[in-house]
Design a protein around this ligand. Sequence first.
Ligand code: NAP
Length: 258
Amino acid sequence: MTDLSGRVALVTGGSSGIGLATVRKLRSLGAHVVSGDLTPFPEALDAVTGVVADLSTADGCAALVARVRDEHGRLDAIVNNVGIAPTRNGFETITDDDWLLVWNVNVMSAVRITRAGIAMLRQSGNGSIVMTCSSTARVVDPYFVDYAATKAGLLAITRGLAEELGAHGIRVNAVSPGSIRTPLWDKPGGFAEQLASRLGTDVETAIERYVRDERRITLGRPGVAEDVANTIAFLVSDESSYITGADLPVNGGSVKHI
Ligand code: NAP
């Protein structure tokens, strides 16, 4: 993939899962990376700055972009990746606070960081914005109704922004992962345990059933974080220089419609 030496990328949710794999990949291609997350960046990686910030808040987002400006004075790529995906148990049980938290983390972080970063991206000449959306935006799943709404919203923002920013040489794309086995699944109380409790089995049996019967994943397994990170790096790099307003699926074939 194209060399990214001299470029600066901002990645949100970069301390775990897809975000962490993306930071490693962009760094391996030569980029300087600033990563924002609630959790400190987990390893010492040359030319990677880990910023601890609550990206559900305006202040957290502003601090992250300010750090990029102070440290590098330029920005070439934004990867709006941070997201939470709580399993719900009936529409009536989802409170206003539940809705607002998932909206603030999944949508408003991308809105605030992008808005603050556009001026630097304009100067880049190779500006690229990537939104981590989800196949859940396009498939019906009542257990993720609020999450799906945030990801559908991000897709709409992706398309609208691509239209506005194309004239400034900034490309805006989405990547839509399907089922990717990350700490979002495997952390205590994470998706895997929630699934096991819903299906009344142990975790591995629940995942097997989910892959085979619920998601009907063509490739027969969940993906790994690197599957998505490689696609994000492609969208950041010049190899995708004529792609904008697109949504690239990384789902092992689970979304069946055309
Ligand atoms: P992950 O492993 O849980 O990583 C997400 C990171 O974001 C964690 O380090 C988390 O910190 C951090 N974070 C959460 N809330 C935050 C906040 N308010 N401020 C700053 N950081 C915060 O998740 P992932 O699976 O890599 O998911 C990454 C993205 O892919 C998300 O947008 C998700 O919706 C999307 N996605 C994932 C899948 C999948 O199957 N994994 C499928 C489709 C889409 P803590 O751990 O401290 O909370």
